[in-house]
Design a protein. Sequence first.
Length: 154
Amino acid sequence: MLQNMILPFRRFADFKGRSARGEYWAFALLNFLVMMVLGAVFLAFAFSFNLFQDIENGAGPSALFTASMIVPMSILGIYWLAIIVPSLAVTVRRFHDRDMSGWWYLGFFLAGLIPMVGWIASIASLVIMCLPGTPGPNRFGDDPLDPTGADVFA
């Protein structure tokens, strides 16, 4: 499972080929866990500097953007920048595993900008990510679950 968590970073800009469910969901789990830890650090900084109390006393939301919050917000931003391309790539490859063009992901993203349609698009995207890939080779490459045909680092 750890290998599946790291694999999208190795193939970070590879929008060709296919990715199995295990690779996609292990990477999603890794991102969830890292964001939870970073969120906890963010809240620890906020509580340690009494930022929430300052906001209640009328300092306004700008109190969250004080010098004390630069470090946790920078770490969060750097991590987000580090995962955006691998996240896009593994999602496109997951669509490829379902024998769908990666452009469908753009369609789901744009649909997400429309109120109420975004909920439906999110659910549809979640269902697609949960479904198994097409067995055997398809137009995007060999089956990633077939050890004889798949070449991960091609």
